[in-house]
Design a protein around this ligand. Structure first.
Ligand code: ADP
Ligand code: ASP
Ligand code: MG
Length: 401
């Protein structure tokens, strides 16, 4: 059996923890599996590295940023290989480049285009435990790229797909996917099985236990995906196809994203094509717009509000400079949070959204923006009520029961 495992930042947090990971890998190896292990940088390291690059300017050259950020995973991958060799195993660490991870050239949020598995496969045939530095690849010119924050999950799933692995296990600091972040709501319950689609929505809406793009890929390639804790031996959460799940909850989970900002464009010239121009400019700057709300135009003017990740606001401001003549005022609100409820059962039940609005109303929390999909309702609120909102939604749908 070929198993791809991924160990996150907390699991790789220091040398003692890396030894713990090595011990766990050793147990798995003795079951006679072929193993590829993808690792993150030690927890906090990527944040520190981001901080260094911003010491000089808010807009450092993204190519250089990737040179800096990719170093965190190089360190942990080599340390783990050293630990495993010391225990008598054949182990080798590979950078993203050596692992054959080819990406596009969009630095700091590159997409994987292909994986050349030739070298990986030859090492597995020689029975090496292959330790791959997560979160990184190279573009066609050999430039180092990174895959966006949380990108090691994607490295693991993409490698599992390319090698047609039997299983991809994501080891983290919680023992599975919960009905909401257990750090916010201590009564959150572990979900034993969840559908790819629900997990994708939860992850996209802020549940960082898995990166959304990794879930998307796992679904596309039918990769059995499990999240587990590297600190316990508890059974984790299986992410699988909807039809493999017997009972569908109306609402499966609540997600919180505190890393978004809201841009309000006030008094925008209300003419055909203006939205296309603004959002094309944002897309060209590789900015991920999430919610968009446009109010009804009056006297030739309209208001346009949208949200985007906090980390992209500087680039967004530059892209918006071209529209100053079309707009009376552009305001940026960093003190927002997005709370979302997710569940496939919503497709066949009514009154699900109104229950969420009532739960927030009961706490006197004002909703600034709403967006829905077939299996999700998201609301933008004031950041200071974020945790309260999560807890009230969690209990409004009886997820603590
Ligand atoms: P890693 O460093 O292992 O990749 P992350 O910090 O990226 O770990 O993700 C794990 C964290 O995700 C948990 O510590 C938890 O606080 C958070 N989290 C958010 N939502 C959920 C959820 N629904 N279920 C479990 N964990 C969640
Ligand atoms: N180290 C990177 C980050 O902190 C990638 C990852 O951990 O998945 O975002
Ligand atoms: Mg993560």
């Amino acid at each position: 059996m070929l198993v791809v495992q991924k160990y996150g930042g907390t699991s790789m947090g220091d040398c003692e923890r890396i030894q713990n990971v090595a011990n766990r890998i050793a147990m798995r190896k003795k079951e006679n599996h072929h193993l590829v292990v993808v690792v993150s940088a030690m927890s906090g390291v990527t944040d520190t590295l981001v901080g260094y690059t911003k010491y000089f300017t808010q807009l450092p050259n993204p190519r250089e940023v990737d040179m800096v950020l990719s170093s965190g995973e190089r360190i942990t991958s080599a340390l783990l290989a050293i630990a495993l060799e010391n225990m008598g195993f054949k182990a080798i660490s590979l950078s993203g480049r050596k692992a054959g991870i080819l990406t596009d050239s969009i630095h700091t949020k590159a997409r994987i285009e292909d994986i050349d598995t030739t070298y990986l496969k030859s090492l597995l045939e020689q029975d090496y435990i292959v330790v791959v530095a997560g979160f990184q690849g190279v573009d066609k010119n050999g430039e180092v790229t990174t895959l966006g924050r949380g990108g090691s999950d994607l490295s693991a799933v993409a490698i599992a797909g390319a090698l047609q692995a039997d299983l991809c296990e994501i080891y983290t600091d919680v023992d599975g996917v919960y009905t909401t972040d257990p750090r916010i709501e201590k009564n959150a319950k572990k979900i034993h099985k969840i559908s790819y689609d629900e997990m994708l929505e939860l992850a996209s809406m802020g549940a960082k236990v898995l990166l959304n793009r990794s879930v998307e890929l796992a679904k596309k390639w039918n990769i059995p995906l499990v999240t587990r804790s590297s600190f316990t031996y508890d059974e984790g959460t299986m992410i699988t196809h909807e039809e493999n799940i017997m009972e569908q909850a109306v609402v499966s989970g609540v997600a919180l994203d505190k890393n978004q900002v809201r841009v309000s464009m006030v008094g925008v010239s209300d003419r055909p094509g203006i939205a296309a121009e603004i959002f094309t400019a944002m897309a060209n700057a590789n900015i991920n717009i999430d919610m968009i709300v446009q109010t009804i135009g009056r006297d030739g003017k309209t208001n346009l509000d949208f949200t985007l990740p906090q980390s992209e606001i500087e680039e967004a401001k530059i892209a918006l400079k071209d529209f100053e003549k079309d707009v009376e005022n552009i305001e940026v609100d960093c003190n927002i949070a997005k709370v979302s409820i997710v569940g496939v059962g919503m497709k066949s039940h009514s009154g699900v959204a109104s229950c969420a609005f009532s739960a927030l109303a009961k706490e006197n929390i004002n909703i600034m923006m709403i967006s829905t999909s077939e299996i999700k309702v998201s609301m933008v609120i004031d950041n200071k009520y974020a945790e309260l909102a999560v807890r009230s939604l969690h209990s409004a749908y009886n997820l603590d029961k």
